[in-house]
Design a binder for this molecule. Structure first.
Ligand code: ZN
Length: 338
């Protein structure tokens, strides 16, 4: 058995992150700056404790409240640019070489941003880091808001001047019959994009089966509920269904009590095609680097395993074949450097 990956390996490995929400990446510092910009006192307006988000909630609703408070101050293109720039710098600082950033475009438009100004703000924010930090967008529609909003989201993406590589279905599982959202699959095919579905997070294993069989998802966000259904887990392994696993997110909203009881180690050992992401990192008191550090600890990853996990993320991404090859070459160069 090879040695555990070292702290240096964890920090330096070129990282590929597939599941991080831009609106969930707003740090306490950025949120406080935005609150002050709009005349509010951050401590009360954001419900901060000692300057920090609470970080652990009894359920998803507690997290959502904190997330919505922070996002209530993203009101102008300049606000969104600040959020995008802070996110870009955070990814670059962690040696992220490619990131699929989930963005709820329709919420920003409903909050009053003109679509063109919104995409331009994202482009400006992302351009604060160099081209070695490739930042792509995956635009999501929220299940709870129904099919009409999914269609409005597709229309925004069709007209977007932005690096959108995928569509995504998020929101509370079970709130609407999933077949209503097949329109997202069709649009992704028409636009040459990927399609990811958040499923088997708070919902049951059947939600994952529906995402695959009814919505024909390319990739599953979370998918941790498959631990409760051995036949489904066997299917995910057999078909090598790509799963974005975000352990701290699941632990922070009480789906599992700890990293030790989270299914990530079983998934890794059984050969599930999983990758690791941070989801809404500051709200869960984490970063992508922290997620990898914890995974090394609980599942015993070696340096080679760490490199292979990032190659897998490149392969599971919605990037073009050329970008995937470039990402894998960078990871290979890191692996060879030893
Ligand atoms: Zn997510």
């Amino acid at each position: 058995m090879s040695d555990l990956a070292t702290e240096r390996d964890i920090v330096t490995v070129p990282k590929v992150e597939l599941h991080v929400h831009l609106n969930g990446s707003i740090t306490e510092q950025t949120a406080s700056e935005l609150a002050r910009r709009h005349g509010a006192d951050p401590a009360t307006a954001l419900e901060l404790v000692d300057g920090r988000y609470v970080g652990h909630w009894p359920d998803f609703g507690g997290f959502l409240n904190s997330y919505l408070l922070a996002n209530s101050f993203v009101r102008t293109p300049e606000d969104l640019e600040l959020v995008a720039a802070a996110f870009a710098r955070g990814q670059a600082a962690q040696h992220v070489i490619y990131s699929e950033t989930i963005f709820t475009a329709l919420i920003q438009v409903r909050a009053g941003l003109e679509p063109e100004a919104m995409w331009a703000a994202l482009r400006r924010g992302f351009a604060t880091v160099g081209p070695e930090t490739r930042l792509a967008l995956v635009v999501d529609a929220i299940r709870d808001n129904g099919r009409a909003e999914a269609e409005a989201t597709i229309a925004l993406v069709e007209a977007a001047d932005a690096p959108v590589v995928g569509l995504c279905l998020t929101g509370v599982e079970g709130t609407e019959p999933v077949e209503r959202f097949h329109v997202l699959r069709e649009a992704a095919d028409r636009l040459g994009m990927g399609f990811e579905v958040h499923a088997g997070e708070m919902g049951p294993p059947e939600s994952i089966t529906e995402a695959l069989d009814v919505l024909e998802a390319d990739r599953i966000g979370h998918g941790v509920a498959a631990i409760h259904d051995p036949r489904l887990l066997d299917r995910l392994i057999r078909d090598q269904v790509p799963l974005d696993v975000c352990p701290s997110s699941n632990v922070s909203i009480g789906l599992f009590s700890s990293w030790e009881t989270h299914p990530v180690t079983t998934y890794w050992e059984r050969g599930v095609n999983m990758t690791i992401s941070s989801d809404d990192p500051p709200f869960f008191g984490t970063t992508l680097t922290d997620e990898l550090r914890q995974l090394v600890r609980v599942a015993g990853l070696s340096r080679d395993d760490l490199g292979e996990l990032q190659r897998r993320a490149a392969r599971n991404s919605f990037a073009s074949p050329e970008v995937k090859a470039a990402l894998i070459a960078e990871i290979d160069a890191w692996a060879a450097a030893g």
